[in-house]
Design a protein around this ligand. Structure first.
Ligand SMILES: [Zn+2]
Length: 158
């Protein structure tokens, strides 16, 4: 069996919310791709409901790209506690955490409405009925209130 770094992490030792660099991979021409663990809630203590998680995913796809260059993907963990964020090059966890924080602030703001959530029509999404902007905003507020760390094991608030 291949060893997968994400499963080597001791999920009982981390302190969410946080951003953690999982690893950097290099292509044959030296291009770097960085994989981040963006953990919004404490593992095995809480989990984001699927509809809210889905709307966070869609919203963050554009909100993060407004704030940092080089994002390839932002996809939810099956455990519903956060997201994988795949980036070109080697941004720091602090840079990523600041972009996430700013994105959640906009998501939580009154000015952010359904008109700002991309891809929620039937032809744009594989389960367009399963969205909750209310839930996404409530989770964004909770994550921001708990503050985002650029370290998984000690609190380094950005
Ligand atoms: Zn979707």
């Amino acid at each position: 069996m291949a060893e997968v770094e994400s499963f080597q992490l001791d999920h009982t030792k981390v302190l969410a919310p946080y951003v953690r660099l999982i690893d950097v991979e290099r292509g044959p021409k030296g291009d770097a791709i960085s994989n981040f663990d963006v953990r919004f809630v404490q593992p095995n203590a809480n989990a984001i409901g699927m509809a809210a998680l889905h709307t966070i995913e869609h919203s963050m796809a554009s909100l993060i790209r407004d704030r940092i260059d080089g994002m390839i993907d932002f996809s939810p963990f099956g455990c519903q506690t956060g997201f994988h964020m795949i980036m070109w090059d080697e941004p720091t966890a602090e840079e990523v955490a600041k972009a996430i924080k700013g994105s959640l602030e906009e998501l939580a703001s009154d000015g952010f409405t359904w008109d700002n959530v991309p891809g929620v029509a039937e032809k744009e999404c594989g389960n367009y009925r399963n969205h909750s902007l209310f839930g996404a905003k409530e989770w964004a507020k909770k994550i921001l209130a708990e503050e985002i760390s650029s370290d998984a094991f000690e609190r380094k608030i950005v």
